[in-house]
Design a protein around this ligand. Structure first.
Ligand code: GUN
Length: 297
């Protein structure tokens, strides 16, 4: 058997097209565009690429993009003052402070300053709490994108055994909360888990978010299981001096056993920005007090 390959790139393109249609409808109703502010402190090359890509995608979806680039030595008071200014700006529906921040800045303090109703990353403790108790809020983009791919592939997830490998605040914990809310039986596994291969072997759904290249092997996968690989790891390629991207799952081995699997790249990766745009549009509708039909995006 060989697994179906889940095409996250195609799914994300479809989602972005639906968002663009709704963003145009929002502009017609509200008399303004939905707006996303992205704050970048310093010159980390990977962060610069992400921020550029987020800005471009925001404009392509028919929303306003506000980019704020601050020098690496920006002090905390200056950064917090900018966040407060964005909190108060009615043209800004969503605020994203690109992580990681330079070491002298405390990420939790900065995230805590963002108005939770503009926290389109879903990183504020208020949004983590809302997710935990089942209230409407913002859910981190990557796990919400994974859930969308799973529901598209499997339909109703109720009763399925789900194993999330990784317990970060950004992926593992919110992923587990989302799967629990869909009535999966959820296990969160991590670096201290005993007999990890046996735990993963029980899973109908495996979500790998550990950041270790190809750690999850093909013989850990239950035949027919659905495998979602969140890992993006750069490793040396066969050719001298070159690198290639691999996930947290040994793809070729797992593909021979699984029922469905996301590739790296082209699986979960393209979903993250699409969901960020979705969260921004949802924020705009809520901030403007206009109803958005349940399940519209
Ligand atoms: N850095 C890498 N991914 C992300 C993300 O999704 N949000 C923010 N704020 N920073 C990131």
């Amino acid at each position: 058997m060989t697994a179906d390959v889940i095409d996250g790139k195609a799914f994300a393109a479809g989602l972005r097209a639906r968002i663009a249609t709704l963003a145009a409808a929002f502009e017609a109703q509200a008399g303004r565009r939905a707006g996303l502010a992205v704050v970048l402190v310093g010159e980390d090359p990977a962060s610069q690429v992400y921020v550029r890509s987020k800005g471009k995608s925001t404009v392509e979806a028919g929303m306003a993009s506000f980019e704020h680039k601050l020098p690496a030595d920006t002090d905390e008071a200056t950064l917090l003052a900018l966040v407060e200014q964005l909190n108060a700006d009615p043209a800004v529906d969503g605020i994203l402070v690109q992580l990681p921040l330079p070491r002298h800045l405390d990420e939790q303090t900065v995230i805590a300053t963002i108005n939770p109703d503009k926290d389109v990353d879903g990183f504020h403790v208020t949004n983590a709490g809302r997710l935990a108790v089942g209230q409407a809020g913002f859910v981190p983009c990557t796990p919400l994108g994974c859930l969308m791919l799973l529901q598209d592939k499997l339909g109703d997830l109720a009763g399925l055994d789900a194993v999330v490998v990784g317990r970060s605040n950004i992926v593992g914990k919110p992923m587990a909360a989302l799967l629990l809310a869909q009535s999966c039986t959820v296990t969160i596994a991590h670096s201290k888990t005993k007999d990890l291969p046996d735990v993963v072997r029980r899973a109908d759904i495996v979500v790998a978010a550990v950041g270790r290249p190809e750690m999850i092997k093909g013989d850990w996968i239950k035949p027919g299981a659905t495998v979602i690989d969140v890992g993006i790891n750069r490793v040396p390629a066969a050719q001298e001096g070159k690198t290639r991207l691999v996930g947290d799952v040994a793809y070729e081995e797992a593909k021979a056993v699984a029922g469905a699997i996301t590739p790296v790249p082209g699986g979960v990766g393209p979903m993250t920005i699409a969901v960020l745009l979705r969260n921004t549009l949802v924020a705009a509708y809520r901030n403007a007090g206009i109803d958005l039909a349940a399940g519209a995006i």
